[in-house]
Every structure is written in C-alpha cells, then in structure tokens.
Design a protein around this ligand. Sequence first.
Ligand SMILES: Nc1ncnc2c1ncn2[C@@H]1O[C@H](COP(=O)(O)OP(=O)(O)OP(=O)(O)O)[C@@H](O)[C@H]1O
Ligand SMILES: O=P(O)(O)OC[C@@]1(O)O[C@H](CO)[C@@H](O)[C@@H]1O
Length: 303
Amino acid sequence: MIYTITLNPSIDYIFKVEHFEEGALNHIFDEEALPGGKGLNVSRIMKALGTTATNLGFLGGFTGDFIEQKLAEHQIPHDFVKIEHPTRINLKMKANTETELNGLGPTINSQEVAQFMQKIAQIKMGDVVILSGSIPKSLSDDFYNELVTMIKNQGASFVVDTSGEKLWPLLSKEPLLVKPNQHELGLLFNTKIESIEEIVDHGKALLDKGAQHVIVSLGGEGSIYIGKTGVYRAQAINGSLVNSVGAGDSMVAGFVETLLKTNDPLEAYKIAVACGTATAFTQDLATMEQINEQLPNVSISQL
Ligand SMILES: Nc1ncnc2c1ncn2[C@@H]1O[C@H](COP(=O)(O)OP(=O)(O)OP(=O)(O)O)[C@@H](O)[C@H]1O
Ligand SMILES: O=P(O)(O)OC[C@@]1(O)O[C@H](CO)[C@@H](O)[C@@H]1O
C-alpha cells in the first residue's frame, strides 16, 4: 500500500488582489478555498495518475471537516486522527508576485498522538510512505525521525519532503526520494546556493548521505535530477504561471508513482516534470488531461 502522511494539513485560501498595498485595505477580486498540505497534494496527483494512496495525519474542527468533504469528492481514502483543535488555514496571495502565509498548526494532545502511532504500527513490509510538510508546533522536531524509524523497522520504504535540519537524520535511512527546492537546499546546508554547479554538488552530498534519488526544483527555472545513474536538467516549460502552490508536491507524486511502476528514474523524472508544470499552470492541482498535455513538452538533458 502507499500512504501519504500530512501531519499539518491546511485549507489553502487562494486569493487575488490587483495591487497589494501593505498597511491599506485591499479588496480581493477572486478567491477559492482548496484542501491543502503537502501529503494531501501528493495523493491527489497520484490519484490523477491512477494510483491510490491513503492519507494519514491529523484533522480537526470545521476546517478539518472541509478537507474530509473534499477528499470524499476526490474519492481519496484517508484514516486521519480526529483532533480537538482545528486544522490551520494557509493564505496564498496572488498579486504582482505570489505571497504565502502558513499557519503553525493545531495543538495535538498525547492521546491523539497515541492514536496516530497505532495507525503507523499497521504499516507493513513493502508499503511505501510519503511524509510531507511541516510538523505542527506541539509535536517534537524529531517526530519524522521517530516515524521513519518505525516505518523502516516494519519493512516499508519512505519518501520525505520537508525542509531544514529535520532532514539530516533521515538521510542515512535511505529515503527513496528527497525534493528540496533551491531555497530549502540552501537552508539545509546553511548557505546561499546560486549556481547550477553548487546545486549539483549539494544534491550529490544528499545522495552520498543516503538519499536514493534527489530532485532540486527551481520553480520557473525548471529542476535538476541527481541519481546514481547521472545528473539531468529539465528546463522549465514555457507557459503562464497561475498558481505554483503544490507544484513541488506534484513532482514528488509523479516521480514516486512512476518509479514504483517502472523502476526507471528518468521516466519517473519526465512524469514528475509534467506533473509539476501542469500544476503550476492551473489554479488547483493538475488533472490527468493537463499532465498529459505537458508530457510532449518535457525536455531533459544530461549535465
Ligand atoms: N513559473 C513556472 N514555469 C514553469 N514551470 C514551473 C513554474 N513554477 C513551477 N514550475 C514547475 O514546477 C516544479 C516545482 O516548482 P517549485 O520549485 O516551485 O516547487 P516547490 O517550491 O516545492 O513548490 P510547493 O512547495 O508549492 O509545492 C518546477 O521544477 C517546474 O517544473
Ligand atoms: O507549512 P508546510 O506544511 O511546509 O506547507 C504547507 C503548504 O504550503 O504546502 C502545500 C504546497 O506544497 C500547500 O498545500 C500548503 O499550504
């Protein structure tokens, strides 16, 4: 089975403002509330590609109810722990540029954590678990490490998409994929990474530490794949950016879904690029039709 874990899901409130003026009353001219959180996004794109992944994590309050309702509409299975405190709302403002304000997330009590751990204990040999996004403030920074230790001991493999220091102890446990963006890669090494050479060198360091595949996404500059068979660059595909929220998650979904089916990292990278691009060019996450439309435009070259 494939699982996605979103410890800190969200409603993504996406809104558009003509010219944002700080400190003034700004009127929104277009708005939409979408189910969000990195793991949720991964499972929605996997569904579009024809693979079912079960969502695990925590949901609470009216915001949690909204997400549950959306997952039902998308026919995505889930086994979230119901918590007392409401799931967060993340603000995504589209003005001249994209600005995001993400909440801290709810408080989760020890009973709720214990219920979640029981679900993790059911993960079996051969399962694949994708852990994505931030950790709510009431859980320890080491929570991913704890989960991955259990998941590995139970014989499952894992993918992790989170930023900062938390990634270091997970690398030696051989994640199938890590996908930092350029900024997150810099945070990880506590440095500013600018050139392609620097990206490749730092990406290779992640590989040396244990990651099986690395994708560094560069937003409107495309991405770089670093694997045991070589380093490849996908240029960004020309088109109009509509909403890049979830583009990185779409890449993760496309890569993992295809790798598990084909065991071909380059084919997986190609689908990942089509998924990321298709999501960047639409308001919500991409549909299968939109992903297929981008496939012929994907161009990958070896570096
Ligand atoms: N403006 C753009 N034009 C073309 N492609 C884009 C654009 N923005 C994103 N993409 C595609 O989506 C991929 C992932 O984007 P990005 O690097 O922004 O991910 P991210 O920062 O992880 O995003 P998120 O955390 O919101 O999911 C890029 O590598 C590229 O293929
Ligand atoms: O605060 P986190 O957990 O790091 O990121 C959460 C988030 O920004 O990631 C997704 C896009 O990748 C959005 O749906 C969601 O709002």
